[in-house]
Ligand binder design. Structure first.
Ligand SMILES: Nc1ncnc2c1ncn2[C@@H]1O[C@H](COP(=O)(O)OP(=O)(O)OP(=O)(O)O)[C@@H](O)[C@H]1O
Length: 278
């Protein structure tokens, strides 16, 4: 049996539906990108996929076994790189990595040695003794990556692992994620970064908790404009289908009256079109 991470008919409902009948096979040996607008359900899907939360219906299974174990603890073969890092601020960078190994039964001396090597993978071996609370956001992100990747997990779920990194470090992270896939792991990366998506083997897009079926049409550049994202998070274009045209700018005395601007959602915004719109 292939060691894929199978998401079968997964829905997750709280006061509203956060995931709606998701069907994906995350393949072993591949790096898969998961993208979509902010709040579309990427983190929620990773949480179901890794066994942190129980789906309302459907299942996540790896190697034929359910990810949800009834406790919210992930299976031992799963590792996360969390969006908020999940580091212990008062521990050193090395200790933060080492505890993940010790929790998996690695003896302290060996865990420290492997932690050192994991930090070196992300070019932060020199920060090993530094308390995490003294690190920059990008440095913390690399510690979280070192911790996620050091355990040699079979399933690696990374939530926006490059959001704080410059181009050079992003390339480094991508090549390390690739190594994880090359040794046979399932690697899933939730990301807004087109460069990350471009480096992955497969790409799925979520919109309002649903998997879209027009992946090829996604305008990747859309995700790269933080200012545009901020505007759209305040008033997502796909939520206001019937919104009137944006108000015309104030007229300036002595100049022709300006025409109303076109609607915010442009025809080219395929990334945010629902499949039913196509
Ligand atoms: N515990 C919760 N209770 C209620 N709503 C929740 C809960 N967790 C998440 N949500 C909502 O579920 C939706 C999906 O959230 P999620 O974090 O999965 O999105 P995302 O695609 O990862 O977003 P981002 O790109 O901003 O990280 C959001 O509208 C969020 O507000």
């Amino acid at each position: 049996m292939s060691k894929d991470l199978q998401i079968s008919g997964v829905s997750y409902v709280l006061s509203r539906t956060l995931l709606d009948d998701i069907e994906i096979a995350f393949r072993a040996g591949e790096v898969t990108a998961l993208s979509g607008p902010s709040g579309s359900g990427k983190t929620t899907l990773l949480s179901v996929a890794g066994g942190l939360i129980e789906p309302t219906s459907g299942s996540a299974t790896y190697d034929g076994r359910p990810m949800w174990q009834g406790t919210g603890d992930p299976r031992p073969e799963v590792a996360f790189v969390l969006q908020v890092y999940g580091l212990v601020p008062i521990l050193s960078a090395r200790e933060n990595v080492s505890v993940a190994l010790r929790a998996r039964g690695v003896k302290p001396a060996e865990a420290d040695e492997r932690a050192e090597a994991a930090l070196a993978r992300f070019h932060i071996a020199d920060l090993g003794d530094r308390q995490v609370e003294e690190l920059s956001g990008g440095q913390m992100q690399r510690v979280a990556l070192a911790r996620g990747l050091c355990v040699g997990s079979e399933v690696l779920l990374a939530d926006e692992p490059t959001s704080e990194l410059d181009e050079g470090n992003r390339g480094l992270v991508l090549s390390e994620l690739r190594k994880e896939a090359d040794r046979g792991a399932v690697v899933v990366v939730a990301t807004h970064d087109p460069a990350v998506v471009g480096a992955c083997d497969r790409h799925y897009v979520i919109d309002e908790g649903r998997l879209t079926d027009h992946v090829a049409a996604v305008d990747l550049a859309h995700f790269a404009h933080p200012e545009r994202r901020l505007i759209e998070e305040a008033a997502p274009p796909h939520f206001d289908e019937d919104a009137p045209a944006v108000l015309a700018p104030e007229p300036v005395e002595g100049e022709p009256v300006p025409a109303a601007l076109p609607r915010h959602r442009a025809e080219s915004d395929a990334a945010f079109r629902r499949p039913s719109d196509a």
